[in-house]
Design a protein around this ligand. Structure first.
Ligand code: MUC
Ligand code: MG
Length: 367
């Protein structure tokens, strides 16, 4: 059960269709595969997606922090010393997706060592989640066509629409077109990725008041402290904190400061261990959560559904689990499949996936 080696392998898989949103765009999944090896010959795996526009990490910085700082601190610990591993990684400020991938790879190794699914070790509440699909910026007709295609092909009936453009009418028009095309029974919510000021966000939400939006995520920056409190107090739509809450302390600040009423949990950002802390923190406070997506590939999505399905409160809403559909290829031996609007947790030990060595050899960029 002893950790003997931690690898950080950069790889790059192009997207068939880029995802565009207010803080940036993603055209290539230039992620880092993290592998934790043990003295029993077990290998635990997870992935870290660099999001420089969200957390300041790059593919190179993730490789460096995992190999140069975290690996020397963690090698020699057993898989059961996760709290010590966490404390040691926390000595380094920031780097959320690098820490999260190491944490999840350790959990994967533990599950494989015990021959038990990680989702069962985490809570084992259910074996599946309803899926929400994210619709990025495009002309209205393209956004509508994408949502209709995803609904018809995968049975998905919850959509998160990217907003935060200027003028706000661009997004108001897109959301209206989606509601008109998809009808009243589809769930629609919006995510601004900090693109608007609080007053722009208020104007947009007023203009969309008749669209039945269920959530409004990160419409304006958390650093605009009073503006965000004012916005949250005046809107009737619950406001979700996403990239503003990479730590439990940030969750406390956003909720108790009145700047958000719900929390997005992303395993790509807080792994399994800190995601569970945040989930329990929210449960204790009586705050709902959304299972978010950091534009994960299939490795990251398998991690997200394993966590989301493990708990009652994270599996209640549809989880954002479909970004991998737009990638041109992926690393798993058996691809994830969404059907009937749901993603089922893979059975089997660990997180429940295996990486295809041929695909990794093809897409890794360090050789
Ligand atoms: C999301 O929910 O914001 C876009 C940027 C990012 O950091 O995550 C994605 C999705
Ligand atoms: Mg978001």
């Amino acid at each position: 059960m002893k950790i003997t080696r931690i690898e950080a392998i950069p790889f790059a898989i192009p997207y068939r269709k880029p995802l565009r949103f207010a803080s940036g765009q993603v055209t290539v999944a230039d992620h880092v595969l993290v592998r934790v090896h043990t003295d029993d010959g077990v290998v635990g795996t997870a992935e870290a997606p660099p999001r420089p526009f969200t957390y300041g990490e790059t593919q190179e910085s993730i490789v460096a922090v995992v190999e140069k700082l975290f690996a020397p601190e963690l090698v020699g610990l057993t898989l059961l010393e996760r709290e010590t591993a966490h404390a040691r990684m926390e000595r380094t400020v920031g780097n959320p997706t690098a820490k999260a991938a190491v944490d999840m790879a350790v959990w994967d190794a533990l599950g494989r060592t015990l021959d038990l699914p990680v989702t069962a070790l985490l809570g084992g509440f259910t074996d599946r989640m309803r899926v929400c699909h994210m619709v990025g910026f495009a002309p209205d007709a393209e956004m509508v066509a994408e949502a209709e295609r995803v609904r018809d092909r995968y049975g998905i009936s919850t959509f998160k629409v990217k907003v935060g453009r200027r003028p706000v009418q661009l997004d108001v028009g897109a959301c209206r077109a989606l509601r008109e095309a998809l009808g009243p029974d589809v769930e629609l919510y919006v995510d601004g990725n900090r693109g608007w000021t609080a007053s722009e966000a208020a104007r947009a939400m007023d203009a969309m008041a008749d669209l039945g939006l269920t959530l409004a995520e990160e419409l304006s920056p958390a650093d605009d402290v009073l503006g965000r409190r004012w916005l949250t107090a005046r809107t009737t739509v619950p406001t979700v904190a996403d990239e503003s809450v990479p730590t439990p302390g940030d969750v406390t600040r956003e909720l108790l400061g009145g700047s958000a009423t719900m929390i997005s949990i992303k395993t790509a950002r807080t792994g399994f261990s800190t995601s569970q802390r945040i989930l329990h923190q929210c449960e204790g406070l009586g705050v709902e959560v959304v299972l978010g997506n950091q534009i994960d590939g299939q490795v990251g999505t398998a991690c997200a559904v394993a966590f989301g399905a493990a708990h009652r409160s994270s599996s209640r809403r549809a989880g954002e689990l479909s970004n991998f559909l737009d990638m041109s290829d992926d690393l798993l031996t058996e691809p994830l499949e969404i059907s009937g609007g749901e993603l089922v947790v893979r059975p089997g030990p660990g997180i429940g996936f295996d990486v295809d060595p041929g695909k990794l050899a093809h897409y890794r960029t360090d050789r």
